[in-house]
Design a protein around this ligand. Structure first.
Ligand code: NDP
Length: 603
């Protein structure tokens, strides 16, 4: 299972020149309209968000009561549902806007979709469901199937509502329960509600002038149109593109996975780039069943999760089970810090060690583009000039290679983006490129209002909405509880472990905490669970003592990590436990099992 990431000897680099280039590239990309540059998929653009996969089924509205309602049928809902079932809570209603479970993996069926974090730790509940991932980084259909497997295994389909959006969620203080209204005319109540709506689920389009004028075919990557392209999500070739000129706009993590498939299939492919992604070695490989059998002794997945997280922090893990690009960067930082004499391990020196390790890594990744891409100018334009964690790091062994395919063209916009969309195609550098199809790999809304992304704004005690409670920034305890919102739980990473490299770890851990608390309330006959104001304030104060965000800092190239280069005052609350993810998971394990539930009242 060993994987080699590039491991060249450190070379003498002109650090000042590199940092100056980073700033220059960033400055070029800062736009005054920041996050406002993107278009919401409504009105004439609403069709881009329609579900092309599963037809909507009519059903009668519901007016009943459940113990737990869960908003979102992705990993959060599935993991929390599973833990609740294990804790003996049976009536769990997952409400999901898609036509099945899966969340991200329901929507993202584009060719080449694959997890970027090793399957052994990325896929939740592998041990419980007895599934062996087929590859180190499995492809999307296997993850989607796994989501359905969890749903079946834990009986979560029974009460689930698909193609259903919450429109109103309001706390009823007299009855100590939540009232839920949906776009299907449902009006039911739930003792507890948990929100697992995911950070990236509302597709957005680039605000390019003339976007509505295009007369050809177009779609967003999260709504892939196989009827147009041919092929299927399981890897069948896109056989209807052989005579087509296609543009893909955007070169983020999605595009990196799609481009090799389009390059193979299209007559002409234009990859339109504003900012290159950093694309490191993938080194995917099948998982050997004999090896899996050997390592999958009871508790194996927890051990792997702990090991990966341990390898991310600044602790000194002795073994690296996953061995990939994520742990590689952490190792480089750690070994530089280890080289410092103890008295020199100051925050400044540690930050400098991190920066040096990052520069070394990014130099290797930039060199990789030069080694793989035959055309020198194209290779140069594919080099990413920012710190690795300024944008989502990518890993792929066919993306850069795709630019050697005849008919595949990189259209670099030098940080400016597409000038215009016309009836016939797109314009960059004053030149119009005529195409039959435009694929928007333009990502998802981040940093727009909570209400806009979720479609509702929870109304807590005394009519206060969650947006009002968070007007000055997010306030929670453990990233799970919000004062003024009894019996409401959030399932997400911020203000908890905030482990970005393996997002599902945050979710499966919160699932355990929430199930433990609900089971405790049910056993003790409590009607309400709520964090005290004091405990929440103290938690947020503790978070503020940490180093803040290492990613998304203002001097990074713009992107959704740093609100397009315009960080807000509220963003400073988007942090995790000061001592790091591994320490958080240890802390919370004790918190939820010691029986005291400090800071939270059961009434
Ligand atoms: P991103 O937001 O990362 O990328 C959007 C792309 O569109 C960027 O390249 C952006 O350029 C470009 N763009 C935006 N506006 C314009 C414009 N006007 N002209 C030209 N280009 C433009 O979206 P993705 O869907 O790629 O990824 C979103 C996130 O989803 C990832 O960061 C990752 O967290 C997750 N993901 C995870 C995967 C996995 O785990 N396997 C796979 C895919 C995605 P610029 O960079 O300059 O803003």
């Amino acid at each position: 299972m060993a994987t080699d990431t590039a491991t060249a000897e450190p070379q003498a680099v002109d650090k000042a020149a590199i940092l100056a280039r980073y700033r220059e590239e960033r400055d070029k990309r800062i736009r005054p309209d920041g996050n406002e540059q993107y278009l919401e998929l409504k009105g004439q653009l609403a069709h881009y968000a329609e579900d092309p996969y599963v037809p909507r089924k009519e059903r009668e509205p519901l007016t009943d009561h459940v113990t737990v309602a869960f908003v979102g049928g992705g990993f959060s809902g599935l993991a929390t549902g599973a833990r609740l079932k294990e804790a003996g809570i049976d009536d769990i209603r997952i409400v999901e806007k898609g036509g099945d479970f899966g969340g991200t993996w329901y929507w993202n069926r584009y060719p080449g979709a694959q997890c970027d974090t090793a399957s052994m730790i990325y896929m939740p509940l592998l041990e419980e469901t007895g599934h062996m991932p087929s590859e180190k980084y499995v492809h999307a259909p296997e993850i989607f199937d796994h989501c359905r497997r969890i749903g079946e295994h834990y009986g979560l389909y029974e009460h689930a509502l698909f193609h259903t959006r919450i429109e109103r969620l309001e706390w009823d203080g007299e009855l100590s329960r939540w009232t839920i209204e949906t776009d299907r005319g449902d009006k039911f109540t739930a003792q507890y509600v948990a929100l697992g709506t995911g950070p990236l689920h509302v597709p957005k389009l680039p605000g390019i002038p003339g976007i509505g004028d295009f007369a050809g075919h177009s779609f967003h990557t999260s709504r892939w149109d196989y009827a147009y392209t041919g092929g299927d999500e399981r890897g069948a070739p896109l056989d209807r593109l052989g005579d087509k000129r296609v543009a893909i706009i955007g070169t983020g993590a999605t595009s990196v996975q799609v481009v090799p498939h389009l390059a193979r299939a299209c007559k002409e492919l234009y990859v339109v780039q504003r900012t290159p992604s950093s694309v490191d070695v993938r080194a995917n490989e099948p998982i050997d069943p004999d090896w899996f059998e050997e390592i999958s002794t009871p508790g194996w997945q927890t051990r792997w999760l702990d090991n990966f997280t341990g390898n991310q922090g600044l602790g000194f893990a002795t073994e690296d089970l996953v061995k990939d690009g994520w742990t590689d960067l952490a190792h480089r930082i750690r070994s530089r810090i280890a080289d410092l004499p103890p008295e020199k391990r100051t925050p400044e020196n540690m930050l400098a060690a991190w920066e040096d390790a990052d520069i070394e890594k990014m130099e290797e990744i930039r060199a990789r583009a030069g080694e793989i891409v035959k055309d020198g100018e194209t290779a140069e334009k594919l080099q990413a000039w920012y710190r690795q964690l300024c944008k989502r790091p990518c890993f792929h062994d066919e993306y850069l290679q795709a630019f050697n395919t005849p008919g595949t063209h990189l259209i670099d916009t030098d940080g400016r983006g597409v000038e215009r969309i016309t009836a016939k195609g797109f314009v960059v550098g004053g030149r119009e490129y005529e195409v039959d199809c435009i694929v928007y790999a333009s990502g998802f809304e981040v940093g727009t209002s909570l209400e806009r992304r979720m479609g509702f704004d929870p109304v807590g005690r005394d009519g206060q909405t969650l947006s009002q409670a968070w007007e000055d920034g997010m306030r929670t305890k453990h990233g799970i509880h919000v004062h003024g919102f009894p019996n409401l739980f959030l399932v997400q990473a911020t203000q908890g472990a905030n482990l970005i490299s393996n997002y599902p770890h945050n979710l499966v851990d919160s699932a355990k905490t929430i199930a433990t608390m609900i089971a405790h309330a049910e056993e003790t006959g409590a009607d309400e669970i709520e964090v005290t104001q004091e405990a929440q304030t103290k938690w947020v104060e503790l978070l503020m003592t940490g180093p803040g965000m290492l990613i998304g800092t203002p001097d990074c190239t713009p992107g959704y990590y740093n609100n397009e280069g315009h960080p807000t005052e509220q963003a400073k609350y988007a942090v995790g436990y000061p001592a790091g993810a591994q320490a958080y998971f240890k802390y919370i394990e004790d918190w939820r099992t010691n029986g005291r539930f400090e800071g939270v009242e059961f009434r």
